[in-house]
Design a protein around this ligand. Structure first.
Ligand code: SAH
Length: 324
């Protein structure tokens, strides 16, 4: 999954109607604006600490960052911009959208002093999962092998993995799948540790579940359609749902404050999505149809409103947040 996604993202901009999938910030400017206002509100109530950094993981086209930073500016918040991006193709797009940005391969080189105002939208779902499968003989890693025709196929590894599984899953039925994501766990561990040391707040947005569950959520998307996960490795976007319950536990263990995990629709509405849409429609009446449809796509329960979750984290001394 890591190799396939690295190859997939390295060479292309997959976003938008002409690409493979559409993300929330590409649907409407309101998404990035509300993310930016959420961070601004916390920063203001934390006493406007100096030297804040805006950090975004996997910024895509830079649209969310541009909208968030524009929303921050009138409040006197103009942080340095740090983008963690692996793809050379997307870095070029981001550079054009955010001329002052500094690029990073991972969080390690992001400044170690000054509060972090961090956002990651549809980033964690692209990180490689490590799925486990219950066999008759106990839990095993679910690995990729070859079938008799030489095609990729799922196989159960030889090594017992029972120790990696929570006690309540020990006797799960054969065939049960449990997805773990050590890469997402490591990223959230680093974010939380830095929030505890440096101050700041983070907004992690992705499709996923607020309570841990079993079952496979691995999927491949190509040109807005689901395709078989092994069909075209490196040519389709591979994602898995994010286990926010586990990530919240990890964040707390590092000393960060877990502010909550909300459904995207409820969070956006609590942050003033409808009011923002009304304000924009009044100013640009010709856009009112487009704005109403954006509200529905972002917050509608059948669309992104329920499947997508928003998790907020902050430094221990920072205030409680809006939206949760
Ligand atoms: N946040 C954007 C883009 C989401 S697509 C939006 O909402 O529109 C996933 C993004 O994460 C892309 O920018 C991709 O290049 C980046 N990405 C995926 N895996 C990565 C990794 N391991 N390291 C750094 N960036 C990664």
């Amino acid at each position: 999954m890591a190799e396939a996604n690295a190859r997939y993202y390295a060479a292309r901009d997959p976003l938008g109607a002409a690409g493979d999938f559409v993300t929330a910030p590409e649907i409407s400017q309101m998404f990035g604006e509300l993310a930016g206002l959420w961070l601004t509100d916390l920063w203001l109530r934390a006493g406007q600490p100096m030297g804040a950094h805006y950090v975004e993981l996997g910024p895509g086209r830079g649209t969310l960052a541009a909208d968030a930073l524009r929303a921050m500016a009138p409040h006197g918040l103009a942080p340095g911009i740090h983008l963690v991006e692996g793809s050379p193709a997307l870095r070029r797009v981001q550079q054009a959208a955010l001329p002052g940005a500094t690029f990073h391969e991972d969080l390690a080189s992001v400044p170690e002093e000054g509060p972090l105002l961090l956002v990651a939208n549809e980033f964690l779902d692209a990180l490689p999962i490590r799925p486990l499968v219950r066999t008759e003989a106990g839990w095993r890693e679910r690995m990729v092998g070859l079938d008799p025709q030489g095609r990729f196929a799922f196989i159960a590894g030889a090594r017992p993995m029972d120790a990696a599984v929570p006690a309540d899953q020990a006797t799960a039925l054969p065939g049960t799948i449990l997805e773990t994501c050590p890469a997402a766990a490591a990223v959230v561990q680093e974010i939380a540790g830095r929030l505890a040391r440096q101050g700041g707040a983070a907004l992690l947005i992705d499709y996923g579940y607020a309570n841990s569950r079993t079952g496979s959520t691995l999927q491949a998307v190509h040109r807005h359609r689901k395709v078989a996960v092994f069909a075209t490795p490196g040519e389709a976007d591979l994602t898995a749902h994010v286990d926010f319950a586990t990530l919240a536990q990890i964040a707390r263990a590092q000393g960060a404050r877990w502010l909550g995990t909300a459904e995207q629709g409820a969070w956006l509405r609590a942050m003033g999505l409808d009011q923002r849409a009304t304000a924009l429609s009044t100013r640009y009446p010709e856009r009112s149809g487009e704005l109403a449809s954006a509200v529905e796509r972002l917050a509608g329960p059948e669309q992104m409103g329920v499947l997508f979750k928003v998790m907020g984290l902050a430094a221990p001394g920072w205030p409680a947040a809006a939206g949760f």
